[in-house]
Ligand binder design. Structure first.
Ligand SMILES: [Zn+2]
Length: 244
């Protein structure tokens, strides 16, 4: 039975290594996913900036149309001035010319402001496009690297599993079944008892059970945490006899 316990201990070490690699394997996509989320966020910001610029440009085109109309009105108003017959009509048409000119000047001023804003927005967008492209390349590089690392780890896991299965074959079927059931529930299935204390739950083992453990002729469970327990000194002794 001591041999079985030794096999179980080795199996557990093997399983722990596989679990560790499995955790590392799972962490890889998480890192890449986070980077992808970051990229999506800045891409969304860029899209919003582009949409805002498009809106400003549309407003600018509308104003340009309005300015053209106002310029035409100004030409008509000026033509009217030359055709007036009374001084009252002259005053009225002069006022119309002035008002139209003022409106056109205001529109032009607004247009200049908007054009300047558009230019700044375009420069900002170009800069952000560069940043996004850099991040995109970084993410692509990380993805490639992650794929490589994933393949390496998966290879290691596959290799370890072959060794693990060979080890498991040497363990008695009923013992292996017990081990697997405890591992599923508790993670750690086989623990030493040190100075009469279970290393799995730190509770004291009843003296009678401790005597049984010292013989090492049976598979025993901790009455508190239900893990497979063995006397630590027993495993240290190469002759299979209790030490001390
Ligand atoms: Zn215990």
């Amino acid at each position: 039975m001591k041999n079985q316990l030794k096999l179980l201990e080795a199996l557990q070490r093997h399983d722990a290594k596989i679990q560790e690699l499995d955790r590392a394997r799972k962490a890889i996509p998480e890192k890449v996913d986070k980077l992808r989320a970051d990229l999506a966020k800045v891409e969304e910001l860029l899209a919003r900036e582009r949409a805002e610029l498009a809106e400003t440009e549309k407003w600018r085109r509308d104003r340009e149309g309005a300015m053209k109309t106002e310029e035409e009105q100004l030409v008509k108003a000026k033509a009217k001035v030359s055709q007036v017959k009374t001084s009252k009509e002259y005053m009225a048409s002069q006022r119309e010319v002035e008002n139209t000119r003022k409106m056109a000047a205001e529109t032009e001023e607004k247009l200049l402001t908007v054009m300047e804003a558009s230019q700044q927005a375009r420069a900002r967008i170009a800069e952000h496009e560069g940043d996004v492209e850099k991040l995109r390349q970084h993410v692509a590089g990380e993805e490639t690297e992650a794929k490589g690392r994933l393949a390496t780890i998966e290879g290691e896991i596959a290799h370890l599993k072959v060794g693990r299965d060979a080890e498991a074959k040497a363990v008695r079927a009923d013992v292996l079944k017990k081990y697997a059931a405890i591992q599923m529930r508790r993670g750690l299935a086989v623990v030493p008892v040190h100075n009469g204390t279970c290393r799995g739950c730190n509770m004291n083992i009843p003296p009678q059970l401790f005597n049984t453990l010292q013989r090492g002729s049976s598979i025993e469970l901790c009455p508190n945490c239900n893990r497979i327990i063995y006397w630590d000194k027993l495993m240290e002794d190469p002759d299979g006899k209790p030490a001390g």
